[in-house]
Every structure is written in structure tokens, then in C-alpha cells.
Design a binder for this molecule. Structure first.
Ligand SMILES: Cc1cc2nc3c(=O)[nH]c(=O)nc-3n(C[C@H](O)[C@H](O)[C@H](O)COP(=O)(O)OP(=O)(O)OC[C@H]3O[C@@H](n4cnc5c(N)ncnc54)[C@H](O)[C@@H]3O)c2cc1C
Length: 400
């Protein structure tokens, strides 16, 4: 069948366009059912990150789907990254967030923006789960307005002296009280000049600040403050040239936002499964509640929105160049739409289940709490509005 054959278009499976994607979908389905689902409730309740599960994901190859094969990854594309984040979030979005922060914010970022030496040093350890990494962008006083960050890196011979504090860092720490293994840290090498650095566990002056506890959701991920006090970071651990940090940040935010949107898909899918089952089983006034129009509305509106979001996210993933840039319009739009869709679906699920929906045993209250994060992390809804308006004004041809 040639690409121009109309049958090729109808044969395309948007969710698994190649045999590799189909195999990945099978692996994920099995891993999620066997290992992720059974531990999700307890890790949420106890606010504990499951490091052993993370390492199992590494052994299965789920931490490096977009990393080139020469560094131990699968060399796949954005569709594969979406599949991983979506599937994990049907059972445990908190764990999914840790995987995303490691695989996309950290490893993928090094893979695209690091030097050959840096890739060789970091990626084989990241892909197997031997190392756990993250990305340090947000600071106590600077979030959305990230270009005003205050962490500094002053050149001092063969090192940069890194000073500052980062907060809300996913994978920032481990349950033994140590930091994660390696981080990309954005810091100013001169006023307004942002550069990227690789900072490793154990470097002098680098330490874990507070672990954030009592989070609304995503409680199975470790969120921490990281402190940098005169940390001597070798010049060889600067990624790219001075001033390229802004480019790294903007480029990586595209796949970050797309994969966060994928997490929302997983959350909504699970909420729909729970709603549909419950609406068939629960009886009121002598019939299953699915026969009531108001219940039908909750379920079917959620379904239609989920289908629309899923098609949108996978279509953008299929077109995304994971090593490219300039795809912000679609990346932001997927997260803007999918995050709100998932929150509405989780809310509808609680409503359909009535009092049971409010109870932890029925899972949807956890998904409702987790869904909210995706309207904030990796860019707030308001940040997406701002970016999208700018992009639409700049590229009016997308509307033709
Ligand atoms: C669980 C969790 C995990 C996270 N993980 C990471 C991580 O791994 N690494 C990392 O670097 N960060 C991480 N973050 C931080 C996250 O990306 C930020 O919280 C987010 O970017 C918003 O920044 P802020 O919290 O400082 O809010 P602010 O930027 O202070 O925003 C406060 C409010 O003002 C609004 N606002 C700000 N500017 C504008 C504007 N120009 N127009 C309109 N409204 C505006 C915002 O939309 C928001 O409603 C995480 C956060 C959470 C909660």
C-alpha cells in the first residue's frame, strides 16, 4: 500500500501506528495491571515514592522510549512517550508523574540538548533506572515568569559556582533523605542569560531542602526543594553554550506538555471505566442508574470529550519532531484542553458514584485530586492562554 493510497489513511491506528507501538502498548497493559495498579492506593495514602517500581519500569525499557538506541533507549517517538504516560496514569498518575519528570524533563532533555560526553555519561544510567533524575526550573519566588529566575552560576576557573534554591522538584529526593541522582538546573550565568547545568548527587553544597508533604494529589511522587550553596559545577557539565538554557527550556516544554496531556487522557479513561461499570450495577428507583438522563449526561459528555482529547493528543504526537522546536501552539493546546477535560471527567465520576465516589476505595477521588495538578505543573492554564494567543497572532495560517 503506498502512502497515497486512500486505504493507508483508514488503516492507520493513531494509538499504535507501528508494530513497535503495538508491542509497547501490550507491555504497558501487562505492567500496569500486574505491578502499578496493586500499589497505587497505598503509595498515595502514605505519600511514598515507589523506587523499586521505578527500577522495574527501567528494566522493561519504559524509561527510555525516546532515547536513541545507542544509549540504551528504544529510539521511538512522541507517540511512544504519550503511550507510556497515558497508560501509567490509568492506574497511578503520581507514579506516572515521576516517570515523566525523569524520562522527559530530564533524560530526553539531555538526549536532545547535551553533548556526546554528557549523553554517554547520563543516558545509560537514566534509561535503566539506575539513576533517577529531574529538572530544576521553578524557584520559591519564580514560576511562570521563569526567565526572571534568581539562581546564579558564576564562572570561577574550571567550575561554575551555583547558588540558589529550586522548589516543587519532582524526584528531588528519595525516601532515605538523599537527593535524586542527577538534575538539569537552569541558572543565570549573567543577568538575563540562562544556561543549563548537570548537577549530580553528592556535589559539595548540593542538598535536599524540605520534602513537600500533604500535597492535594500526585502524592506518590516525591516533590522537594533543592538547595545549591556555592556548588562547584565543572564547566564540562554545562549543557550547550552559555545562554542556551532558554532554548533548552522552551524546546523541552513542548514534549513535556504533550506528555502531561497524555497523563490527563489516562486519568479520564479510568474515570470512564469506573463510571460506566458503576452506572450499570447501581440500582435506584428500581432500575440501573444508567437509565437516568442526568447520569447519561455525565458519562457521555465525558466520553465524547475524552475521545476528542485522545485524537488530538495522538495526532499532535504523530506530527511532533521530538528533537525539534517551534511546536508550542499544538503542545500547549493539548495540555490546555486535556487537563480540563480530565478534571471534568473525574468530577463527573465522583458525581455518578455518589457517596462511594467520595471514598478512597473507589479510586476516582484520587484521580480527581491528581487531575488538578495538570492545570498547574509544566505551565498553568493561564500560561497556555498567553502562549497560544501569541502563537495564533504570529501564525494566522494555522486557521486557514
Ligand atoms: C506536584 C508538582 C510538581 C512539580 N514538578 C516540577 C518539576 O519537576 N520541576 C520544576 O521546575 N517545577 C515543577 N513544578 C512547578 C510548576 O511547574 C509551577 O508550580 C508552575 O509552573 C506555576 O508556577 P508557580 O507555582 O510559581 O505559580 P505562579 O507562576 O506564581 O502563578 C500564580 C498564578 O498567577 C498566574 N500567572 C502568572 N503569570 C501570569 C500571566 N502572565 N498572566 C496570567 N496569569 C499569570 C498563574 O497562572 C497562577 O494562576 C511542580 C509543581 C507541582 C505542584
Amino acid at each position: 500500500m503506498s502512502l497515497h493510497d486512500p486505504r493507508a489513511a483508514s488503516a492507520l491506528d493513531l494509538l499504535a501506528p507501528t508494530p513497535e507501538h503495538a508491542l509497547l502498548a501490550d507491555t504497558l497493559r501487562e505492567f500496569v495491571a500486574r505491578e502499578v495498579e496493586p500499589q497505587a492506593g497505598v503509595h498515595d495514602r502514605e505519600e511514598r515514592f515507589n523506587h523499586a517500581l521505578f527500577q522495574s519500569a527501567g528494566q522493561l525499557g519504559l524509561l527510555g522510549v525516546t532515547i536513541p538506541e545507542e544509549y540504551g533507549g528504544a529510539g521511538l517517538d512522541a507517540v511512544a512517550a504519550v503511550q507510556v504516560c497515558e497508560a501509567l496514569s490509568t492506574a497511578d498518575p503520581g507514579f506516572g508523574l515521576s516517570v515523566l519528570a525523569h524520562a522527559i524533563l530530564f533524560a530526553h532533555n539531555v538526549s536532545v540538548n547535551g553533548s556526546e560526553l554528557q549523553r554517554k555519561h547520563v543516558l545509560p544510567r537514566a534509561v535503566t533506572g539506575e539513576w533517577i533524575g529531574g529538572l530544576c526550573m521553578t524557584e520559591p519566588e519564580v514560576g511562570t515568569d521563569v526567565l526572571s529566575l534568581r539562581t546564579t552560576a558564576r564562572r570561577d576557573g574550571d567550575v561554575y559556582r551555583l547558588n540558589g534554591c529550586k522548589t516543587f522538584i519532582t524526584n528531588g529526593g528519595l525516601e532515605d533523605g538523599s537527593t535524586g541522582d542527577c538534575f538539569i538546573v537552569y541558572a543565570a550565568t549573567a543577568p538575563g542569560v540562562i544556561s543549563s547545568f548537570l548537577v549530580e548527587k553528592g556535589m559539595p553544597g548540593f542538598r535536599l531542602g524540605q520534602k513537600w508533604t500533604d500535597k492535594l494529589g500526585m502524592r506518590a511522587s516525591f516533590t522537594a526543594e533543592l538547595v545549591f550553596e556555592d556548588v562547584p559545577v565543572p564547566v564540562a557539565q554545562r549543557m550547550g553554550e552559555e545562554g542556551e538554557g532558554t532554548l533548552h527550556m522552551m524546546r523541552n516544554l513542548e514534549i513535556e506538555r504533550l506528555t502531561l496531556a497524555a497523563m490527563s487522557l489516562g486519568i479520564a479513561q479510568r474515570c470512564l471505566q469506573v463510571m460506566v461499570d458503576y452506572a450499570s450495577q447501581r440500582q435506584a428507583f428500581g432500575k440501573p442508574i444508567r437509565e437516568f438522563g442526568q447520569i447519561q449526561r455525565h458519562v457521555t459528555e465525558s466520553f465524547a470529550e475524552w475521545r476528542a482529547a485522545r485524537t488530538f493528543v495522538y495526532d499532535v504526537a504523530r506530527r511532533m519532531d521530538v528533537r525539534g522546536k517551534g511546536q508550542r501552539l499544538d503542545a500547549d493546546a493539548t495540555k490546555l484542553f486535556a487537563s480540563q477535560m480530565a478534571k471534568r471527567a473525574a468530577d463527573a465520576a465522583i458525581q455518578v458514584l455518589g457517596g462511594y465516589g467520595y471514598m478512597g476505595e473507589y479510586v476516582v477521588e484520587r484521580l480527581w485530586r491528581d487531575a488538578k495538578l495538570i492545570e498547574i505543573g509544566g505551565g498553568t492554564l493561564e500560561a497556555h492562554h498567553k502562549n497560544l494567543m501569541k502563537e495564533l497572532a504570529r501564525h494566522p495560517q494555522v486557521l486557514r
